[in-house]
Write a protein that binds this ligand. Structure first.
Ligand SMILES: CC(C)(COP(=O)(O)OP(=O)(O)OC[C@H]1O[C@@H](n2cnc3c(N)ncnc32)[C@H](O)[C@@H]1OP(=O)(O)O)[C@@H](O)C(=O)NCCC(=O)NCCS
Length: 169
């Protein structure tokens, strides 16, 4: 049997145990990179996870047969915003940083967004997350604004930067 080194798949409720493991790892290891806290996720019953995974927005990055990344590709629902999609909760396990795995994952989301007719991809990133900022800027995302005090964690406020990448020009 053959399989690709990296594969990006749409997650379903059946993926909940693996998804939850990676999601908690992301939130515990890099709390400043996400809006949700690990505590919130821990308190969430599996049924809520499964409902989220039934929406078709979550993608998983596999290396051989192991899930090594998760992320969401979220189309905006309003008719007038049908050209916009958002990337959220993007995470690759640290052992695979710098390997090109995150690039494969992002490329897959960009390709899918284009195929589905999106004209632009949007995301936000913590202002003090230089690695992610470099990764997105290397991939043509342009900063268009700042959300002051996007989160307050342990009493410390942190800004987020908004990014957009045009797909149709
Ligand atoms: C963000 C993430 C997906 C990127 O994947 P990755 O494999 O680490 O990315 P890459 O190695 O391809 O690119 C990282 C870039 O940042 C650079 N970099 C690393 N540390 C840096 C720092 N402190 N300052 C500036 N640039 C830095 C790297 O040199 C590389 O740039 P280069 O290609 O020009 O050399 C991954 O690091 C991750 O999951 N991080 C934790 C969760 C997170 O922050 N998610 C984003 C939420 S918006």
């Amino acid at each position: 049997m053959t399989f690709m080194l990296h594969e990006v798949v749409t997650l379903t409720p059946a993926d909940q145990p693996n998804w939850r493991r990676l999601r908690l790892e992301a939130l515990e290891s890099y709390p400043a990179a996400f809006l949700t806290t690990a505590g919130e996720q821990r308190a969430r019953p599996a049924s809520v996870d499964r409902a989220a995974l039934s929406g078709g927005n979550w993608r998983g990055l596999y290396h051989e047969r192991e899930m090594i990344g998760i992320g969401a590709l979220i189309p905006m629902q309003q008719e007038a915003c049908a050209h916009r999609m958002q990337i959220g909760a993007f995470y690759v396990v640290e052992a695979h940083w710098g390997s090109g795995a995150a690039q494969v994952f992002l490329d897959a989301l960009i390709t899918e967004a284009r195929k589905r007719g999106a004209g632009q991809l949007e995301l936000s990133v913590a202002a003090d997350n230089p690695r992610a900022i470099r990764f997105y800027e290397r991939n043509g995302f342009e900063r268009y604004g700042t959300q002051p005090r996007a989160v307050i964690l342990d009493g410390v406020a942190q800004d987020d930067f908004f990014y957009v990448r045009m797909l149709d020009r």
